[in-house]
Design a protein around this ligand. Sequence first.
Ligand code: SF4
Length: 702
Amino acid sequence: MTGTPTHCPYCALQCGMTLDGGAPAGGMSATSASAGGAPVRVAPRDDVPANRGGLCQKGWTAAELLSVPDRLTTPLMRRTRDAPLEPCTWDEALDRIVSGIGRLAAEHGPDAVAVFGGGGLTNEKAYQLGKFARVALRTSQIDYNGRFCMSSAAAASGRAFGMDRGLPGPVTDLAASGAVLLAGGNPAETMPPFMRHLADMRDGGGALIVVDPRRTATARQADLHLQPAAGTDIALANGLLHLALAEGLADEEYIAARTSGFDAVRTVANAYWPDRVERITGVPLPKMREAVRLLAGADRAHVLTARGSEQHARGTDMVSGFINLALALGLPGRPGSGYGCLTGQGNGQGGREHGQKADQLPGYRKIDDPAARAHVAAVWGVDPDALPGPGRSAYELLSALGTPDGPKAMLLFGSNPVVSAPRAASVEERLGALDLLVVADFVPSETARLADVVLPTAQWAEESGTMTNLEGRVLRRRRAVSAPDGVRTDLEIIAALAGRLGAPGEWSTDPERVFGELRRASAGGVADYSGITYERIEAEGGVFWPCPSEDHPGTPRPYLDRFPTPDGRARFVAVEHHGAAEDVDAEYPLYLTTGRVLAQYQSGAQTRRVRALADAAPGPFVELHPDLAERLGVEDGQDVKVESRRGTATAAARVTDAIRRDTVFMPFHWAGEGRANLLTGTALDPVSRMPEFKVCAVRISA
Ligand code: SF4
């Protein structure tokens, strides 16, 4: 292997790659120019189990991010409220931020200043950002875009297992599985190298069962596709459990020995008769029966969920429905089996463990737990009573901006909510009206363009740190190229602001030193990193948390002996079908569901700037069934208007029988009038506070 070994800048699979400045070799590499003009070559690593020599189109073209034409290399500032953004010095930018924060906090209290983070930030940045909010700003108002991603799976896993950690074991365990039920995930487009593990499973005789309202690229590779109506997963999961019980397929011995709360779930499941479930979901009984028999008949099996089953106003209950099924079949804690979540963002797993969530402190500790506060405050060298309490969740925070009781300023790192938040036009308006909006990014995203101050940052290959992938494996991201003159790392920005604010404690700009503090802060917590060092990650190719000491091997497969709940048992949670928060009616007769495409990533701020990806996926579209298109008089490729109660979007029609007749689909990666999140609703899950991205009612016109 030549070059610097590191990982892809995008999704949670964190495929291994090397970056170097050499010439392409044998056509098996992709090159681009770094910001300094030297060519940078990407090659996949075959020593990383997640991708084993594979990359998707996004990974192959990742080096082009280093030379995007509109790369930010100087701070920008508006001299007056309505003035355009203009270049300024770092001192001018930082002074403006600190004076604005000081004025607003003095007038309105520390909660007048909010912080918004991202699931793509390294562990070190996520940790430092949470500390910065609580110690330097003393604000409770911090949350991050991961709330929009997998927070329902996190909440459901926490209440079932006492812990939330992506997959139940190394991703390579999937190859030996006899059956995988994947609900609401489309890895064939979102993380294609993951499909190799499922292909290995199928080559070994295992079966892939996909639950999705669309016949996605993943569903086309499945042995069985259950195509429920959008928002009906709880009914489907309860119906599958009903059939498992009716056919005597539940693992009663496991249920008695390792779980609690099953009686209430059995009672609920008994009421989900097959004909009732067929009526609610539209999934035929034979398909449901086949799914249950495949799962129950396998020695090893997995139940996995992703955004399609999580981004709902009842997303936590939806995931609990699938966890109940997995528990009834005795999967969690059985070697090579279990329940898992396909986390989406690059550091979606680590990003939720170190304190950038409104309700958490590092180590996945609850912020209202006195013992947790005392431990973390001691590491930070502050009085625990000085730490703020829980703040608002992401959408609640964004929708409170500028209200009488809400924040007047926001510092935003690694996120683009103008595109990715629900009811995006309203979020855009609130962000634009703030007294002070500060955005740290390496490109002028749609959110950065609204800011009063823009801080240009280093990006993935220009800095070091750690990422925790969807397996719960902590990985090294290594600096491979120099950052352009004029930019700073997020850690340098946080340290500079903390220094100007007179914050107590250490604010290192060295990622390894920050990781050392993170280890101490996480010690004894659920997500215990205290035994993980940069040297170990290097030597062992990554370390799985929890890892409570340097002589601990890490925990690739948690739950084998006990669950980290007070009594060591996993907990069933009875859940009932409620339907979507906004149902269809005569005025808005179609369900809209939103999602992703292969060549774009999240809000598109990065991937829309990569030529090959922009060529492959140039703009927004609306998928609709041919029968619906005919009824509406819509031709394939024609621009159509999609309206919900919150707004209107325009995009090209893509006519396909891969979608149900009652449902249309839009990817959410684009800005402008094709922005899918102009349409989405703001109903929030009562547990996870996840917005309902996956269902709302719309109408379409030509
Ligand atoms: Fe990058 Fe994810 Fe593609 Fe792998 S699957 S190359 S991590 S975007």
